[in-house]
Design a protein around this ligand. Structure first.
Ligand code: RNT
Ligand code: ZN
Length: 417
């Protein structure tokens, strides 16, 4: 059956339930996902040839074709974006500065990202930014902004301050606020005696970094928590409670990384809680698997639940959606495409939900119908709407994108050996 015919049949079925497929597609096309540059080179960056070190993260796998230069990384992101419907954003990390490692992190300025900014501008993309508080000799002790050594703490405060200026310059240049996220690895492998001191120092450091007020039309400050990392199993300074408190008191964004909580906790249940007290948040959409918090995003029940919360709560304008995963065991460009397309599919499914009907069941106490319909909706033909949407946005529908990835692998990635 042609994509148009299948879509028409799906459109009618959704209409019978009171859901408008055209409206859903229209809203989806206006939702930007921030694609994380670090999926393309295993969180390596361009400062040294050592790549990711410390920070409690690990990129595993040796799939050929990893981007070795900024140009290669940009080429790969562009390829990924050509297979994803809609207009999205680029999420850059400070360690992707084009300085050949000659400028230390506390000295970085927007000039060191000029090529990225030009590229984003040329491709009509907004940009987001992140400080890099790991993979650096001054982070080897495992403590950055909460370090008791004043010289080290100061260095990282300077880095955080520099990143805000860079974020503001990016936002100004691209005329869309740059969400500038701060995540630090600080923590202990084993049971600490002093849990309080590092947290007080982190608060002090953040107060210093955020001291200067910057136009929110250019820069949106954001802080990201974590439960534990490799080497920080017993104690993480920047815990969820710590940053939730900080964000509410200081009016900055909170980043909820979906891989940063206990496995029985879900971010889908946290969104409406934190949105009651915060204007805006950032999501790092990821997938935790056992000890890892960074597997490629798939269309899981939890991803769908997150998207449903965003749509039902009318939060799409107030929630910035970024991705955060890295897998070196599969084609890296495909990883971006899979994760981003899944995020968009989850949003589409949520946008196609006949929420008014479900709400009416709930309000009248008819929980039988609520459960029955939630389950019936799972087999509605959203795939037909998705394929139609992809075609309309001039990207390959269904699995057709995979052929393009295979060709890219043969023509470009495999030549990088
Ligand atoms: C680490 C955080 C952080 C990083 C990126 C590379 O646990 O999730 O967001 O993944 O900054
Ligand atoms: Zn994250």
């Amino acid at each position: 059956m042609s994509i148009e015919k299948a879509y028409e049949a799906a459109r009618q079925r959704y209409a019978e339930l009171g859901a408008d497929t055209e409206k859903a597609i229209e809203r989806l096309s206006k939702t930007a996902i921030s694609l994380h540059c670090w999926q393309g080179d295993d969180v390596g960056g361009f400062e040294t040839s050592d790549g990711l070190s410390g920070g409690g993260m690990l990129a595993t796998g040796a799939y050929p074709g990893k981007a070795r230069t900024p140009d290669e990384l940009r080429e790969d992101i562009k390829k990924a974006m050509s297979l994803i419907p809609g207009k999205h954003r680029l999420n850059l990390h400070a360690m992707y500065a084009e300085t050949a490692g000659k400028v230390d992190r506390n000295q970085l300025t927007a000039e060191h990202f000029a090529a990225w900014i030009d590229w984003a501008k040329g491709n009509g993309l907004g940009m987001d930014f992140n400080g890099t508080f790991f993979s650096h000799p001054k982070a080897d002790s495992g403590f950055t902004l909460s370090n008791a050594d004043e010289n080290i703490r100061r260095f990282w405060v300077e880095h955080g301050t520099a990143c805000r200026k860079i974020g503001a310059a990016i936002g100004k240049e691209l005329r869309t606020p740059c969400v500038t996220n701060l995540w630090i690895p600080d923590g202990y492998k084993d049971i600490p005696v002093d849990r309080k001191g590092p947290r007080e120092r982190l608060k002090k450091s953040l107060d210093e970094i955020f001291a200067e007020s910057i136009d929110q039309n250019c820069l949106l400050d954001c802080v990201e928590s974590k439960l534990f990392g490799i080497g920080s199993e017993c104690y993480v300074v920047g815990s969820h409670e710590f940053y939730l408190g900080y964000a509410i008191r200081n009016n900055v964004l909170l980043c909820l990384d979906t891989g940063h909580f206990h496995p029985t906790e879900v971010v889908s249940d946290k969104i409406s809680s934190v949105m009651t007290f915060l204007d805006e948040i950032l999501l790092h959409v990821s997938r935790g698997v056992r000890w890892d918090s960074d597997h490629v995003v798939i269309l899981s029940d939890e991803l769908r639940a997150i998207a449903e919360e965003l749509v039902r709560g009318d939060y799409l304008e107030r929630v910035h959606i970024g991705l955060d995963f890295f897998d070196a065991s599969i084609n890296r460009v495909a990883a971006w495409v899979i994760g981003t397309r899944c995020m968009l599919k989850a949003l589409l499914i949520a946008l196609l939900e006949p929420t008014d009907m479900l709400r009416a069941f709930e309000q009248s106490g008819d929980f039988t119908s609520r459960l029955a319909m939630l389950e019936e909706l799972k087999t509605m033909p959203f795939g037909a709407v998705w394929d139609y949407y992809c075609t309309k946005m001039e990207v390959p529908p269904a699995q057709a994108w995979l052929d393009e990835i295979k060709a890219y692998e043969k023509d470009v990635l495999n030549k990088r050996r």
